[in-house]
Design a protein around this ligand. Structure first.
Ligand code: NAD
Length: 264
């Protein structure tokens, strides 16, 4: 299984769980050092002989994706498209470069890797794709990120129809907010805690998602139990996908920082 963004928070949890379940994991990340770190951690927990590989790859780059898939693995049974970037700018601040970057990494990347691997799957007689989306695809929020994650659902459904006849299932896992470098990495501790607390109130279950929740859903979609599930979006958001993300400007009489867009 090739896990893109495997050097990150969710990706690392996915690699750990899948390796423990017996998968030969390839940790793929733009940050080669992060991929190596995850591979070392995962490798330390495995029985002797179990394999964890790494590959440095920018999923948005067609040549890089080719190297990742063909040169390093030769065989591949599953692809987890987890690498992503987010630009939180609202419509009037968003630059064309940010828009293009979100589309290149979050949408073009999964397309390129799927296209690269499909000939292998024709020979192997099937495979699995799990895309990591976000609850924002139903809930709204910042335009570049939300549009990219909604497009990923479109790609999921397109590939489910196109690749079904060769035995490939294609699904999306759509998490709610998680406390990872993606969301709170650049915030001061107090701001991160406030954001976490605010996001916890959105879910009827009263907490934010954990990376293990998401890893578990991905492992399910890769398992035999999900053999007849395709074209699906599985929210792992504690119900938060039912709540819209609304930008609420502060009332003029109150002095406080601009409300977060709750980007994830
Ligand atoms: N954290 C959240 O609240 C949240 C919520 C919903 C969905 N998600 C989704 O979960 C996934 C993982 O997020 P995370 O929280 O683990 O973030 P993270 O920042 O910890 O991990 C993302 C990883 O992707 C890698 N990456 C970025 N661009 C890349 C590229 N072009 N090529 C290869 N690798 C690249 C980064 O180096 C990083 O290791 C993303 O798809 C994100 O959209 C996150």
């Amino acid at each position: 299984v090739l896990v893109t963004g495997g050097g990150g928070a969710v990706g690392g949890a996915v690699c750990r769980l899948l390796a423990a379940e017996g998968w030969h994991v390839v940790v793929a990340d733009r940050r080669g050092d992060a991929a190596e770190r995850v591979a070392e951690q995962v490798g330390a927990t495995l029985p002797p002989g179990a394999i964890v590989d790494t590959v440095q790859v920018d999923v948005a780059d067609p040549d890089s994706g080719r190297v990742a898939v063909v040169a390093r693995t030769g065989r591949i049974d599953a692809l987890v498209n987890n690498a992503a970037v987010q630009h939180r700018a609202g419509l009037e601040e968003l630059t064309v470069a940010q828009w293009d970057d979100a589309m290149a990494v979050n949408v073009r990347g999964p397309f390129l890797l799927a296209r690269e691997i499909t000939p292998l799957w024709r020979r192997q007689g099937g495979g699995r794709i799990v895309n990591v989306g976000s609850r924002v695809w139903t809930a709204g929020g910042p335009p570049a990120y939300v549009t990219s994650k909604a497009a990923l659902v479109g790609l999921t459904r397109s590939l489910a129809t196109e690749l079904g006849p060769i035995g490939v299932t294609v699904n999306t896992v759509a998490p709610g907010f998680m406390d990872t470098p993606f969301t709170t990495g650049r915030l001061a501790a107090a701001d991160a805690a406030a954001l976490r607390a605010q996001q916890s109130t959105i879910s009827p279950l009263g907490r934010v998602a954990d990376v293990a929740d998401v890893a578990g859903a991905i492992a399910f979609l890769l398992s035999e139990r999900a053999a007849f599930v395709t074209g699906e979006v599985l929210h792992v958001a504690g119900g938060a996908q039912m709540a819209p993300i609304v930008r609420t400007p502060a009332p003029p009489s109150v002095t406080r920082p601009p409300a977060t867009t709750g980007a994830p």
